[in-house]
Structures are given as structure tokens and as C-alpha cells.
Design a protein around this ligand. Structure first.
Ligand code: CA
Length: 260
């Protein structure tokens, strides 16, 4: 296995496939690839992918359908690859559980940066006691008891465990994508201050999107879709949100703590 785990490339264009393969191998993944959607689903399942790059336009079933099938058995980090003319459709498709998307033609450096950002905040599946090497972070671990105690953020019945990267609502675990988890974490760890949509794009994308990086409307729209997914999963009451409050024209903030 590669140091970082398994990446699966689902892409019908041979040149793009070879490029993705090279970029991911160089980053430290064991890479497998597929040229059709159905093969891609099979390979992702057999190889237990940690990261998947998924082309939207495939010869058999499209990337959205592939995503739907993959999400039935995998919580891999999924990056959709899309043409400029498909960008809006793809943003909408983040509702299907993709973590991010990249518009073709993309810069290899950008893809690598996005994936590296994701790896700094790996997720351990619920019930997984022992992190795999790919999942253990750079943070030195104190004793298990000591480090775990401060790792759970609680807010209005929601508990977010930063160590296991799990979220539970009233004790029931919620299945969140990595991007959804990161956005929720960002808002929960704050003190209720407003986070702009641009701030939140940086949370999802990592340091490649520094202070001076241009953030497009599409980038911000993608964050809105992730927040919409979170609200659906949290069953937020739009009239009276318990966690995610929209600040019109700016971004989002955490709702005030309620009396128990
Ligand atoms: Ca294609």
C-alpha cells in the first residue's frame, strides 16, 4: 500500500487518467484506475479507496450515478472532475456527497494541494479504534484519556469528536462527508463569530487557497451546498436554527447556546 492509502481514478480520457495516476502516486498513494463508471464502482469497492477522483462525463453511467453507488459503501474523499460547462451541475451534485470538485483543465499542483489539505484532517470511521497509518495525524498524542477529553465539542445536543472525526446528534451518529465535518467543526469551535463564505472555502480547500487567492462565486456556492447538506442531516428548523445561522450576504455563524 502507498504511504497515504489507496486512491482510485475514474476517468475515461487516457491522458488525464495517466496524469492523475502520476500526481497521486507521486503524492504517496497506491493508485488504481478505471475507464468506465461501472468499473470504477467495482475498483473503489475492491480496493477500499481512501480517495477517489471521479470524472463527470463517463461512457456508461455518469459521475453522479457513480457517486451515488459509491456512497452506499464508502466514505472515501471524493473529488469530482468536471468541464467548465458542467460546473453548475457539479456544484449541485455535491448534494450527492462529493467532498469537492475541480474544473478541467486543472493544474496538477492544485489537485495535489486539495488532496494534501484533506489528508491533514483525516477521518476515522465510527467504531474504528485503531487509526491506520494513513489516518494518524502529525499531532503528538498525549495519553488516550487525556487527549480525548478535550476533543469533544458540544452544542445544543450536538457532539463533535475532533479525534475520531465523528458527529452525534442526541447520541445518534450522523454520516457526514469530510467537507461537511470540516465546516461544522469550523463553526462549532468558534465563539459564534461570523465566518464569511470565503473563509469557509479556505476551510474546505486548505492552504492552497491563501488570503490572496481568488475565490469564485462557484467556490462560495459549493460551500452553500455543503451547508445545505449539513442542515438536512441535522434536521435544522430553518425558522429557528439550533446550529447554523445564515448571515445574509456574508456567511454563517453558530447559533447561541440554549438552556438545557
Ligand atoms: Ca470524460
Amino acid at each position: 500500500m502507498g504511504d497515504l492509502g489507496v486512491a482510485v481514478v475514474i476517468e475515461d480520457d487516457v491522458d488525464v487518467r495517466n496524469l492523475l495516476d502520476a500526481v497521486l502516486q507521486q503524492a504517496g498513494f497506491e493508485v488504481h484506475s478505471a475507464g468506465t463508471g461501472r468499473d470504477g464502482v467495482d475498483v473503489a469497492r475492491q480496493r477500499q479507496a481512501n480517495v477517489i477522483t471521479l470524472d463527470v462525463g463517463l461512457p456508461d453511467i455518469d459521475g453522479f450515478e457513480v457517486l451515488r453507488r459509491i456512497r452506499q459503501f464508502s466514505d472515501a474523499y471524493v473529488v469530482m472532475l468536471t468541464g467548465r460547462d458542467e460546473e453548475l451541475d457539479t456544484i449541485t451534485a455535491l448534494q450527492g456527497g462529493a467532498d469537492d470538485y475541480i474544473v478541467k483543465p486543472f493544474r496538477p499542483r492544485e489537485l495535489r494541494a486539495r488532496i494534501t489539505a484533506m489528508l491533514r484532517r483525516p477521518r476515522v470511521a465510527a467504531g474504528d479504534d485503531a487509526p491506520t497509518p494513513a489516518e494518524s495525524g502529525p499531532v503528538g498524542s498525549a495519553g488516550p484519556a487525556g487527549s480525548r477529553r478535550g476533543a469533544v465539542l458540544q452544542h445544543n445536543g450536538l457532539a463533535l469528536d475532533t479525534e475520531t472525526r465523528t458527529v452525534a446528534l442526541g447520541g445518534t451518529p450522523l454520516g457526514l462527508t469530510r467537507s461537511e465535518f470540516d465546516l461544522l467543526h469550523e463553526l462549532l469551535k468558534g465563539t459564534g463569530a461570523v465566518r464569511t463564505r470565503a473563509d469557509l472555502v479556505r476551510v474546505v480547500r486548505g492552504e492552497y487557497y491563501g488570503e490572496d487567492t481568488y475565490i469564485s462565486e462557484a467556490d462560495e456556492r459549493a460551500v452553500e451546498v455543503h451547508i445545505g447538506n449539513l442542515r438536512r442531516k441535522l434536521r435544522e428548523d430553518p425558522q429557528d436554527p439550533r446550529w447554523l445561522v445564515t448571515v445574509r450576504g456574508v456567511g454563517y455563524r453558530l447559533a447561541p447556546k440554549r438552556a438545557e
